[in-house]
Ligand binder design. Sequence first.
Ligand SMILES: Nc1ncnc2c1ncn2[C@@H]1O[C@H](COP(=O)(O)OP(=O)(O)OP(=O)(O)O)[C@@H](O)[C@H]1O
Length: 611
Amino acid sequence: MNTASQPSTDGSARATVKALYAHVRPHRWVVALGLLCALAGATGGLMQPLATKALVDRLTSGQTITTVLLALTVLVVLGAVADAVGAYVLERTAESVVLAARRTLIGRLLRLRLTEAERIPPGDLMSRVTSDTTLLRAVSTQAVVGAATGAVAFVAAVVMMAILDVVLLGVTLGVLVVTGGLVALVMPRIAQATERSQEAVGEISTALERVFGAFRTVKASGAEQRETARVEAAARRAWRHGVTSAKWEALAGSADGLAVQLAFLAVLAVGGARVSSGAIPVSTLIAFLLYLFYLIEPVSQLIDAASQYQEGAAAIWRITQVQRLSTEPPTQHRSAPPRLPTALSGPASVRFADVSFRHRPDVPYAHQQVSFEVPATGTTAIVGPSGAGKSTVFALIERFYETTSGRILLDGQDVRHWPLHDLRSQIGYVEQDAPVLAGTLRENLTFAAPDVTDADIRDVVRRTKLDALVDRLADGLDTPVGHRGCTLSGGERQRIAIARALLRRPRLLLLDEATAQLDAVNELAIRDAIAETATQTTVLVVAHRLSTVTNADRIIVMDAGRIQAIGTHAELVVQDQLYAQLAATQLLTPDPTTPRPSPLRVPEGPSACDR
Ligand SMILES: Nc1ncnc2c1ncn2[C@@H]1O[C@H](COP(=O)(O)OP(=O)(O)OP(=O)(O)O)[C@@H](O)[C@H]1O
């Protein structure tokens, strides 16, 4: 999702304003209130030069000035109060805009299709939720109100100046128009630099995510310096573009003062001549000059609003891109029939009918006309060389991806017709790398079934041989397991993943090489637990151990995305050459439950902290 430099591609000014309005719309009345307060504050300031003129006129004619002074004080205090209320209302609204944008993005990110999530680096997506939404804050309220109050105050001041002296107004506007034109040239550069800077911030997150995702590997490979350089390079890019943006902003920001100073000199020259010629009284020149200085505020508000808009436009464009990513339907598929048998109990059947699938049009097919049938109950093992398409079977049943052609049926119903949530609620899925999430052991076990009872947890903990671990942990089930379960061994993580799937009481259990890191004792226990589960659940297992396949009711042999053979172990060893070869070689790792020289217990896999 590298968008390079253009908030303008699709982020045309019109599209950006439309997107901005969509963010502000829910808060438009509060923004209007903030605008009113800001206008009240500006009106106070607007009246001050007139009051000053009245003061000077009274002084020159020898009248008392107490009333005018009092009125001036009241104006100043009221203006300040209105400004403070307005600022609070707007800041609060800005936070609400940011919150709403973050909530929308978070909701969307968690529903992203897997293909999208695999395409975009997670760090980049994260920075859009955290950093880009922050930029939205200024543009959504301060820029809107600043532009409105600035414009109103500017027009009001210009009207007052026109009333005082049209010639001096002409001189002032001439200077302002020239400076304004120069500022307009600078504005797009701010947007460009900001977007590049935000992209670089995304790159920092991506680079850090890469390091912490394989922290031990980075250390063991001695790659700290290289990786540090990589993150630093992104940080330097962010700095460079940030500085470029700051340069243009500083230039634009100083333009208001410069414009008024130049106008002041011009007005002083022309106004002085007009006072000497008797065209205007000196009090008019003083009032005019006060209005001129009053103009600094609205002009700077307008320039700030334009700068904030340019920064915000870059962020809005990056946020809009996320909103356009393809997501899974929230609940129901559009072509879902009335209501499918989600309440059905007992094991589920699965059928692949001529399924072909590839991840993208530019990569080879991962499945080619795959057809097989798995009846309800019993264990079906899928075997095959690496890359044969075994894990893809599970991904397609779960509808992480849509088939390119063919149909997959669960209980005789096309999986595309199932409401996604209902479909997945039938299935327990243990991934190849058995992820464990940061949180407590209990949170991990109940992750797929939050409503299970303590008795259910105890039962599954016993069946998956996790009871020794629970006893050992300081707070038992309530002990935190660290980032990605890094305080646990690989085998413990696998058993937790299996326990999590079993607690879901699935009608279909998908196990992807789930026992690869288990030691002999635990392997045996898990095998028993799964055999017991298979009496009430359909179990589909990607197997790498002979013990798993020999115990399976049927075995599906896959090779290069095709079904090579289907049968039992006894049938396949004599009928299928590939299977016989697989069974005989390392592809099916030796059964750890076969007797070994002592010690019997082999250590389980490594901890997850390096992942
Ligand atoms: N996200 C992806 N994008 C593109 N190709 C992919 C993606 N995921 C997997 N593949 C490819 O699809 C094919 C099948 O992958 P799959 O994970 O199903 O194989 P597998 O049989 O489970 O392999 P292993 O036993 O090594 O886990 C492989 O060639 C793999 O490179």
